[in-house]
Design a protein around this ligand. Structure first.
Ligand code: ZN
Length: 269
């Protein structure tokens, strides 16, 4: 019996580990999912999810969610896109063969706690050699607790202006573009034919077929919807692959328009 339980625990932990990281290759980079976890969410925080929408996209009144960061290995550099909540992050990094000291840069989509949670612990910067990149607008909107966290990186922080309607050069072969709405300075990043879209969506099962549905975490839900519609169209027109901070495992996939104003997301394998 004991052996069976041990094997069962081993199996479960292997499955969990497998759900935590995933590697996707672009022309010049490896993009590695660093997942803080998968979960099932209820519909309480959605804005504009009508009964028809719920009946077709979430009949059991739940949707799968996740919290992710990504490690980008490119041109000999290790770049973190967001830092999750800082729970599984360090284990996942270790699993990917990278120490926190080896992170060269951190690019932040925005300043919510589930994106900057890994930056600081025990009163110290967890990535002592990393340059931190954050949009001007997002920095301006920072609250007290985010400012405190950023202060640990102030000697190594670059504030930048993302591209308006097309990606602008940021760091190495990484580019950035404005995607304001979820937060005042929310930013998306590009590398090769991949976009890292941060919190462009929270509820994939609902916001792909119905991208006009917003979420109460949006600072400006109306602007967030406009940005989502604009970017989803852009992604399809450029045939980009998308990685997102709340896309369930593996956190990366491709999009196509469904012809009804929505989109179909297909996870990469
Ligand atoms: Zn988030």
């Amino acid at each position: 019996m004991k052996i069976i339980i041990t094997i069962a625990i081993l199996f479960v932990s292997l499955v969990l580990q497998a759900q935590n990281t995933f590697t996707y290759k672009t022309k010049n980079a490896e993009i590695i999912l660093l997942s803080e976890g998968q979960r099932v969410n209820n519909l309480n925080n959605l804005i504009g999810a009508t009964e028809e929408i719920i009946a077709s996209a979430a009949p059991d009144k739940t949707y799968p969610g996740a919290t992710n960061a990504f490690l980008i290995k490119t041109e000999g550099k290790n770049i973190l896109a967001d830092t999750g909540v800082g729970r599984e992050l360090f284990k996942n990094l270790e699993h990917s063969g990278v120490t926190p000291e080896q992170i060269d840069a951190i690019i932040l989509t925005h300043l919510h706690g589930d994106h900057i949670g890994g930056l600081v612990a025990s009163d110290k910067a967890m990535f002592p050699n990393a340059k931190l990149y954050l949009s001007n607008e997002e920095y301006k909107s920072a609250g007290e607790s985010a400012k405190k966290i950023l202060s640990y990186y102030s000697h190594n922080m670059t504030l930048f202006e993302p591209g308006d309607d097309k990606p602008a050069k940021l760091y190495g072969n990484i580019k950035s573009m404005k995607s304001y709405g979820h937060t005042p300075g929310h930013t998306v990043f590009f590398i090769d034919d991949l976009i890292i879209w941060g919190d462009l969506t929270h509820a994939m099962a609902i916001q792909m077929p119905y991208p006009k549905v917003a979420i109460t975490y949006d600072t400006n839900p109306e602007e967030a919807v406009k940005t989502r519609l604009k970017l989803l169209e852009y992604i399809v027109s450029k045939n980009l692959t998308a990685a997102g901070m709340h896309i369930p495992y593996p956190g990366i996939g491709t999009l196509k328009a469904d012809g009804k104003g929505g989109y179909v997301f297909t996870p990469v394998k």
